[in-house]
Design a protein around this ligand. Sequence first.
Ligand SMILES: [Zn+2]
Length: 173
Amino acid sequence: MKAVKRTGKRYNLTYRKKTASDDPYLPRGASKKSALCGDCGAVYRNKRWYADEGMTAEVRKDPETKQTVCPGCRKIRDNFAGGIVTLRGDFILEHKQDLMNLIKNEEERARGFNPLERIISVKENGSGNIVVSTTNEKMAQRIGKAVKKAFSGDVAYHWSHDNKLIRVEWVRE
Ligand SMILES: [Zn+2]
């Protein structure tokens, strides 16, 4: 594990593209019909997922719509994390609610871009840290950036050697 610099990040994107079809959570093959996630209401159409209330209402009425569970919800069910964000430091004690609200808002915002970017869990561990696990690395990076932007402190990003898990460490004493 090492901190990733800008060049490393670019490499990582290429790597993800090449192996995207190996992701066991992505549906195989193209479907002409829409599919609806029964858990969160996301709609699968033209090889991608949408979180759009209008679209969800429309496909719900269509008897041809296939019911499924989207990859984001399956990762949540399986507790299959692609990112782990740890927030630590004395600052947390006084600002817990603000941090929790920010994390929730980031998830809502990300859902607009990609409904598969989700939070699996938010936990407080015994040492007073907040630990957030996410379905993919982008969601974890978003949280790291947002917390740093809103509350300063220090943030670091560490990828696992196979690039499948990112650990985001934020600290403010
Ligand atoms: Zn879903």
